[in-house]
Every structure is written in C-alpha cells, then in structure tokens.
Design a protein around this ligand. Structure first.
Ligand code: DGJ
Length: 539
C-alpha cells in the first residue's frame, strides 16, 4: 500500500466519516426541529392535515370516561387505551380540580396524565371541561357554583336560574379565560418541546340545556341589539336585530353567537399562552332531534349554526362531531355536514360499539383527520369485549401506517369506504384504474351474482395510490378487484401482489399472493387482515 494510496484512503475515510457525522448531526437537528415544531392544522384547497412533529398525523384515539383522568385510576384506564392500539388518548382536565380556589392552580392531574401518556407512547388530546360540559356547568369549581351573584347563571324564559353559566357575564368569561390560560402556560412549560399534547378541546359540548337562551338583563339587552356586522357580512345576511335577521331561529342563533364568542375569547387567551390547535366538539342536531335547549344544547356548533360559529370563533381551528349512532345514513350524513372546505372531518367522540368501527374508514375516506371512541376504560362486559375487538382491529391495522394515510389523504391519494346496508358494491376511481369493492363474497372463489353483503355491515376498505400503477389496500370483510378503465385498447393486469404489514411506518414483506389468492379478487377477512401492496400494469 503506497503512502499516497493510504493517505487517499485515509482522506476518503475521513471524508466519509465527516459526511456521516454531518449527516447524523443534520438528521439529529432535523429530528429535533421536527419535534420542536408545534402541532398545527394545515389546509391545501379543501384538504386538511394535522401536523405532529412536522408531518401529517392521523388521530386514532380513545376517550376516557369522564371521571377517569385522576391519578388513582389513570394507569388502568391508559392501559386500556394502549390495548386498543390507539395512538392518542382524549382525556379531560377538570376546572374544579385545576382551580380549587380562585387563582390557585393544581397541576397534579395534568402532570400525571402527561407523564403516564408518555410512558405508554401515547399522544394526548386534552379536553378542557370548563364553563360547559354537555350543555351544563357541572365542572366549574365549587366556589363558582356557590356564588351565583358573582358568577351568574343563564336564566330560562321564566327567569329561573339554570345549570348553565351565563355567556353574557364578564366575570364568568374572565374566570374561564384565566384558568385556561394558566393551563396552557403550564402545558407549554412541561410539554412545549415534546408535544405529547397535540390537540386541545375547548369546553365540552357547549350550549345550553334547559333554555334556548339566557334571559338575564344583560342578555335581554343584547338580544334587542343588532347582530354584529362581522356576522351578517360573513353569513351574507342584511343588517338587523337577531329577530329580524334570524326570524324563528333568533334565540338559538343569539345563544350560538354568545357561546361561540365566549369560547373564542377563552381559546384566544389560551393560544396566547401556548398556541396548540384547538377545537370544539358538538352535541349534534341529528336523529330527528330539533328542539334547541331540550333535544340538544342550544347554541352549540350544530349544523344549523355552523356558519355562525365559524364566523364568531376564528381561534377555533375546527369543529368536531360527537356521533352516537351506528346508522349508516345518519352517520355519513353528519360526516358530510362537517367535512367541508372550511372544516376537516373529525369525530371527536363516537360510541364504543362494534357498529361504529367501519365508519373510521368512511371518515378517512372523507379526508378526516381522526376518530375517537368514547368511554373505553372500565369494567369488562361482553359488550365491551366486542367493541374492543372491533376497534382494536381497526387501530391495530392502521396505527402503524397512520402517517402514510394522513399524507395520502392530504394529497388526495386516499379513498376509503364503509359498507352501506343494501349496497354490496362500490367503485373507487383512481385515474385509469377502478377499485371495485364488494361485500359478501367468499374468501376465495366466484361470488354469487347477487351479493348478500355482510349481515352486520362490517365491511370496509381503504385504498392509497402510491404511484400511478401502485396501490396499498387494506380492509375488513371485503373483496377488491382492480380494473383498468382507460379507453385506449390496452388491458390491465396484476403484476405483483405483496402481502405484508406496516410496523412503525416501515413496510414488512410477508409473501407474494397469486393463484386462488388473487384470481377471485383480493380478499380481506375479519381476523387480522393484511395490507396488500399491489402493482398493476397493461398489456
Ligand atoms: C358526550 C359527552 O361529550 C361525553 O363527555 C360523555 O358525557 C358522553 N356524551 C356520554 O355518552
């Protein structure tokens, strides 16, 4: 070996070492920069992504029961979230616990939640149970409940106090703002680098149960005034009083504005301390319910008040839906109402039952940023076991590939469907290709021309286009056939069907499928279905 050869090689070694070290440093820096990047919602045209650590993230969440975010019961509850394969836990912070006396903040619960979520590698959507919880004020501190003179309640039309704080009293607003800001400031301190908490829900199902609007003196005076110009302008309505502008819906609209405006100020104060993405959740006006204050909290972000809410609460990044049905028409109707150019689909709560599991696919297919099942902790029962099995199967399949799904959805490359009763076939179009989805075919072999569908309508399928002629497919109780539909005389063919799975975002190849496993379509069973990576071509 010549000296120069040696030195060249030594130089090369030094150079590659330098490159490796620089690369590692850069990687480290980028990783740190990504970790330090605040979670945020981004929008391109009418598509959305929630960025977590700098990349799109699908929220596959489970919400704890209302009284489970206490250190004594939290470990068991969080273990049940982990068992579901959720990547995010939705858990409340209770105002009554957080501020036991005016201006004294107790962070015990919050600190425990974050520490224990981290131990389990869970992200957190923090639910601020403040002035509103299910259209009432049950989570405000005792010192507020006892002092209605300082912290007035909404009065009903007979002048009787309700169990809702008045949204027209500055003492109420200021107290909530102060507490929420303190919460967000503490969060920034303990989580501002790590971002275990990725979302904050401001209040819970706001609006009023027991009255359509507050009838206190301040509220009555405001009701006689004109609708704020910013609202009429945004809604494209002429100026006028609430009665003139909204007619029979005036009281509900008035309360929606008062509620949204109050929450806007709470959220804005919180964001000043720590600007995480914030949303509200909605007790829906659905299932034939139509009486505000009775059927649902008056003044929440229900579909009839949606525009008004968006106009009145710019600090709220998006509006979520609490969907407690497994009826296909009702479920998909609600998703359609809230998945809009100005709002991403986001199921902030849904019933923890097997029947809601297929709708995760529907939500993702509508560009949704996430989905959360409610009340996953607690005692075992056959019902709970069935619900856990269905949702754990979903989350277990999708969580390891959630980043791929979120990115594809944001880029318009993802389509997904849930089985509609009575409709055993669906077609998804991707450029020159169609994915023909059917339900009720055998695991392999010819299907009956008249397909029965699944008796429990549990079919669901998701397709991501990864290249013009490459697709990822996965689902449950469904068959998928790929067909080329371009009108150029060429035929489509399957070139390669890889079966595998994602593990922490990495593809793990298991085997190639062919013969009976592809000649009768690509079939997805109910138990532990795979992910297929399919390359197609023409001849
Ligand atoms: C919706 C609420 O937002 C939750 O906190 C909980 O009360 C559920 N309803 C119970 O069904």
């Amino acid at each position: 070996m010549t000296a120069s050869g040696f030195s060249i090689r030594r130089g090369a070694v030094r150079w590659s070492l330098r490159r490796a070290v620089t690369g590692l440093l850069l990687f480290g820096l980028c990783a740190t920069a990504a970790a330090q990047e605040l979670p945020r919602l981004i929008r391109a045209q009418d598509r959305y992504a929630l960025l977590v650590d700098g990349a799109p993230y699908t929220v596959l969440a489970a919400q704890l029961h209302n009284s489970s975010a206490w250190p004594a019961v939290l470990p068991g509850a969080l273990d049940q979230v982990v068992a579901l394969h959720a990547n995010t836990v939705e858990a409340p912070v209770y105002w009554e616990q957080f501020e036991p006396s005016p201006g004294r903040y107790d962070t015990t619960n919050l600190d425990a939640l974050i520490a224990q979520a981290r131990q389990r590698d869970l992200r957190v959507a923090l639910l601020w149970f403040g002035s509103w919880k299910n259209g009432q004020m049950h989570y405000v501190p005792e010192w507020i409940k006892r002092d209605a003179a300082t912290y007035p309640r909404a009065l009903d039309e007979r002048g009787q106090p309700t169990e809702v704080l008045s949204p027209h009293a500055s003492a109420n607003l200021e107290a909530d703002q102060r507490a929420f800001s303190a919460l967000m400031a503490h969060l920034r301190k303990i989580d501002g680098q790590r971002h275990t908490v990725i979302l904050v829900q401001v209040e819970n199902e706001p609006g009023a149960i027991g009255t359509v609007r507050d009838h206190g003196a301040a509220a009555n005076a405001a009701f006689a005034q004109s609708v704020p110009a910013a609202i009429t302008a945004r809604l494209g309505k002429p100026a006028g009083t609430w009665q003139q502008v909204f007619g029979p819906d005036a009281e509900e609209a008035f309360n929606a504005y008062a509620t949204a405006h109050y929450i806007e100020q709470v959220a804005a104060a919180g964001k000043q301390a720590y600007p995480l993405p914030m949303y509200v959740n909605t007790w829906l006006r659905y299932k034939g319910k139509k009486y505000p204050g009775l059927d649902y909290p008056s003044g929440g972000a229900t579909v009839n008040m949606f525009e008004l809410w968006r106009a009145a609460s710019p600090s709220i990044d998006f509006i979520g839906t609490d969907i407690y049905t497994n009826d296909y028409n009702e479920y998909t109707k609600v998703i359609g109402q809230y998945a809009r150019a100005d709002n991403p689909a986001w199921v902030s709560e849904t019933g923890f039952e097997p029947g809601t599991a297929p709708y995760l696919f529907h939500v993702l297919g509508q560009g949704g940023i996430g989905f959360s099942v409610f009340g996953v902790d607690g005692a075992d029962s056959p019902e709970k076991e069935a619900a856990s099995a269905a949702h754990a199967a979903n989350f277990g399949l999708l969580a390891p590939m959630q980043r791929i799904l979120a990115k594809a959805a944001f880029e318009g490359r993802l389509q997904a469907v849930a089985e509609q009763p009575g409709q055993p076939r669906r077609t998804l179009r991707f450029g020159d290709w169609e994915v023909r989805v059917s339900y009720g075919a055998p695991a392999w072999g010819d299907a009956d021309p008249i397909l029965p569908g699944n008796s429990d309508h549990a079919g669901r399928l998701l397709v991501v286009q990864t290249a013009p002629e490459q697709f990822l497919l996965t689902g449950f109780a469904a068959r998928a056939e790929l067909a080329r539909v371009a009108d150029d005389g060429r035929h489509g063919q399957l070139l390669r069907v890889e079966q595998g799975r994602y593990q922490d975002g990495q593809w793990r190849f298991e085997r190639l499928l062919n013969g009976d496993q592809t000649d009768y379509g690509l079939n997805f069973g109910r138990e532990d279905p795979p992910v297929l990576r399919v390359t197609v071509g023409t001849y």
